[in-house]
Design a protein around this ligand. Structure first.
Ligand SMILES: Cc1cc2nc3c(=O)[nH]c(=O)nc-3n(C[C@H](O)[C@H](O)[C@H](O)COP(=O)(O)OP(=O)(O)OC[C@H]3O[C@@H](n4cnc5c(N)ncnc54)[C@H](O)[C@@H]3O)c2cc1C
Length: 446
């Protein structure tokens, strides 16, 4: 059975981990995702402030896929037809599946900011933000007092304002950061204690907070009252919008265009399609879009995918009544939000740091250990294309060597040396495989 996982998101990290623990030879698993790196958005503010290096914030999907026995296809799905079990990738490749799981996250909704063109930086896709931030930050610090506007009043917008202000102030002293939080204000999904704490943190950092909706114009954002906030850079951490390929996918979608799923995270229209994380909307309203739910739904998704291949009963994902959120409120401070409770301090930052680092470490486990490198090596060595090309080389080189070494003996009627004949084929096979695997592993690394 062909199981295709699209997107290396949080839930799929857990699915890959589960598949590695329960290897099933009857399952032909493929992971399709644009990059071998899965970035962890929770560590993005800390990375901007220099607390983490890039490698601290990302998971290498290649060893994870290898351990799960999954074929890693680097590509982006741009179209799908759920009636025909077909996926189309950006580079023109097509993939068929029997069972599909989607964990492709969401995009940033920038409808009303589009006219900013190159002044606009969207927080999603997160891997793109990581790459582009390094390009924009140097020209910004070269300006005498750069002005940055962050749009979005959720946790991501607030954390990014604080991170950017802290990073630019540390680099060159002066900069202005404005947070446009929209009509619903700051951290609208959190309790009043958390909202107050965040407001104080923003005030202490000297960040202006506007509770209005702004429209993007050529050189900044325009407020409803007519005030123009000029910006050298506008960072959009606005609401989520679905990836374009879902619209024509034939899957049942929610009103806002995401994959409509039941409590088992199974598509309401196609029983062989599952979806978790930001790409999905639970029609019972049990979850919101957050990393917490993407991670927690992971084990259930893993169970249900395996159960679906064996016609076993599925399990529902029942979110906890309250979820814990740790929101960065300064270089070494964080706010804890849990239901109606809120607290803040350095201890909360250390707690967040520990949770985040452990999350990444969990998937790096064994990455550097020799056994897993060997497993990875053999998994690549057994790829059909590598075996076929090594066989061709061995057949050609081995035959030539045998003609040279054994031809005389055969022609003069003596018995050939069978160990030499075998070696003449085996050595070129091993050399060809070894070099092809090294090249492939290097290519995957890049
Ligand atoms: C700055 C910031 C801080 C945040 N902090 C928190 C936090 O502390 N707690 C919390 O709960 N939430 C937090 N969030 C929200 C959280 O990031 C998302 O809810 C979470 O990433 C969703 O996970 P996911 O698995 O759905 O998708 P993602 O983690 O976005 O992963 C999607 C994957 O799919 C791949 N992909 C995308 N499109 C395609 C395609 N067409 N074909 C193939 N592959 C594709 C991507 O490359 C990626 O690998 C934060 C968000 C931001 C921006």
């Amino acid at each position: 059975m062909r199981l295709v996982l699209v997107g290396g998101g949080h839930a799929h990290l857990i699915v890959l981990e589960a598949l590695a623990e329960r290897r099933d030879a009857t399952l032909d698993v493929t992971l399709v995702t644009p990059s071998r790196w899965q970035y962890y958005s929770g560590m993005l503010p800390g990375w901007i402030m220099g607390r983490y290096g890039e490698d601290d914030c990302r998971v290498d999907l290649h060893p994870l896929a290898s351990r799960a026995g999954a074929n890693l296809v680097l590509g982006r799905v741009v179209a799908m037809n759920a009636d025909r079990n077909l996926l189309c990738l950006q580079d023109g490749r097509h993939l068929e599946y029997d069972l599909l799981s989607l964990d492709t996250g969401s995009e940033t909704n920038v409808e009303w900011l589009a006219s900013l063109s190159e002044r606009l930086l969207t927080v999603k896709p997160v891997e793109q933000f990581f790459a582009l931030w390094q390009e924009v930050v140097n020209p910004l610090t070269a300006r005498p007092c750069p002005s940055i506007v962050v749009v979005g009043g959720g946790a991501a917008g607030a954390e990014l304002s604080i991170a950017v202000k802290s990073a630019l102030s540390a680099a060159d002293g002066k900069c202005s950061v404005t947070l446009v939080a929209g009509n619903s204000g700051l951290l609208s999904g959190h309790n009043p204690v958390v909202r107050r704490r965040m407001q104080s943190a923003l005030d202490a950092a000297g960040i202006r907070v506007l509770r209005e909706r702004a429209a993007g114009v050529e050189d900044g954002v325009l407020l409803p009252g007519g005030e123009l906030v000029k910006a050298d850079l506008v960072i959009a951490a606005t609401g989520a919008r679905p990836s374009a390929f879902l619209a024509q996918s034939r899957l049942a979608l929610s009103d806002d265009g995401f994959v409509a799923v039941d409590s088992f995270h199974r598509s309401l229209s196609h029983p062989n399609v599952f979806a978790a994380g930001d790409v999905s909307t639970r029609l019972d309203g049990a979850t919101t879009r957050s990393g917490v739910h993407a991670v927690r739904a992971g084990p259930i998704l893993a169970h249900n995918l395996i159960a679906a291949t064996r016609s076993l009963p599925l399990r529902p994902y029942r979110p906890r009544r309250r979820s814990l959120y740790l929101i960065v409120s300064g270089p070494d401070k964080a706010i804890v939000s849990w239901g109606d409770l809120g607290a803040a301090g350095r201890w909360a930052r250390l707690w967040k740091d520990r949770i985040d680092r452990n999350f990444i470490k969990r998937f790096h486990r064994g990455e550097r250990d020799r056994v897993s490198r060997m497993q990875e090596f053999f998994a690549v060595a057994l790829q059909r294309s590598i075996v076929a090309s090594a066989l061709r080389i061995s057949l050609f080189v081995g035959t030539v060597l045998n003609l040279i070494n054994q031809g005389g003996a055969v022609l003069s009627g003596d018995a050939p040396s069978w160990p030499h004949i075998v070696l003449n084929y085996a050595v070129p096979y091993c050399v060809a495989t070894y070099s092809a695997v090294l090249i492939e592993m290097k290519r995957m690394g890049e």
